[in-house]
Design a protein around this ligand. Sequence first.
Ligand code: ZN
Length: 210
Amino acid sequence: MKQVILLGAPGSGKGTQAKLMVSELNFNHLSTGDLLRAEVAKKSDLGNRISDLINSGALVDDDTVLELLRVNIDLANGQYIFDGFPRNIEQAKALDKEVLGSAESKALYFDLDLSIIKERIINRRSCRDCGNIYNLLISAPGKDGVCDSCGGEVYQRRDDNAEVVENRLNVFKSTIDPVLEYYRGKGILTSLDASLSPDDVSTQIHDILG
Ligand SMILES: [Zn+2]
């Protein structure tokens, strides 16, 4: 079993590749946002605590996220994609200590020039119904505003505008370097050329994990 940590700026193509890894390589995709919502819906003790945190306006702290990961994964019997966690060096160390332990793991960094990322995000649209992702420059839907796969509404997320994106990318840059350094030091980091087409990036991932 191989556990994979995906690292890359928003807009680097991580989400697209995570989907392919699920369908082609039999991975389970761990998105902390989805896990949080599912746990709250379960009304478990943990879910109720999370719900209290969210209702009080607090951020969900790292310890809670780590607990959430622990109760939702079975490393001995499944391969998981960690996506969106860790975001900083403290979280990377805690993930090792609290969750991954001695499990075989790899970190994949979606390396891409930040100016390209900015252009990608600003042109990103997604389907409200099935979540399909489009890019107006390279993969626009056939009919303007309509999803090719399900006919749903294709829209732009409100935070995908130039100013918000610029901010997000600056924060990303300052926190990702120590994380990359950490995984490089452990000898488990591979950088992907994320400027290539989704097919070519997927081929790189198959080679690395195959
Ligand atoms: Zn759709």
